[in-house]
Design a protein around this ligand. Structure first.
Ligand SMILES: [Zn+2]
Length: 178
């Protein structure tokens, strides 16, 4: 009994207000995709588009492999979801993404009529969902989208920090070896 209750407490601690256990499940998957991306030398950001608990699109940042300047996880996952639904309007869909969306992705999410944005770590350098600007909630645009940040913030940020630390070390080693 006690262990059951403490399990519930642990789960509640991980869920910021406005997020659900489905969001948590999707964010865990996004984090898994981010880890796979890191192993392939991509900046580790993952995203999952879902509706009613069903995954409609999932991707990691793939700019290196695709040589596509728009190859951010959110954009790639949204393209899949659009194909799957046969519509560019992602009505009723949520997205879980490990890093706060940038201005390009936030703009694309608003254009897709995304119903909710759930992100993990904040991005003070490029975040456009509350950090540098708040595109999804700009009242001048014709669609607004609720945003919740901080779901699995720690592990999402840790994945990025570890990636950049490894990359710096590799570059130092390469420079030292001439
Ligand atoms: Zn982006």
């Amino acid at each position: 009994m006690r262990s059951h209750q403490s399990r519930i407490r642990r789960r509640r601690r991980r869920l910021p207000p406005g997020t659900t256990v489905t969001d948590l499940r999707m964010m865990r998957r996004a984090l898994e995709l981010a880890r796979l991306a890191a192993a392939a030398g991509e900046i580790p950001v993952g995203a999952v588009v879902y509706r009613d608990g069903e995954v409609l699109g999932e991707a990691a940042n793939n700019r290196e492999a695709s040589t596509d300047p728009t190859g951010h996880a959110e954009v790639v996952a949204m393209r899949q979801a659009g194909e799957r639904l046969g519509s560019w309007r992602l009505i009723g869909c949520s997205i879980a993404v490990t890093l706060e969306p940038c201005s390009m992705c936030a703009g694309a999410l608003v254009n897709a009529r995304m119903a909710r944005i759930v992100f993990g770590a904040s991005d003070p350098k490029a975040g456009a969902c509350g950090s540098l600007m708040n595109v999804p909630q700009d009242t001048r645009l014709n669609h607004r989208c609720p945003v919740v940040g901080g779901l699995l913030r720690g592990p999402c940020a840790q994945e990025l920090r570890a990636f950049f630390r490894r990359r710096r070390a590799e570059r130092r080693a390469a420079a030292a070896s001439g």
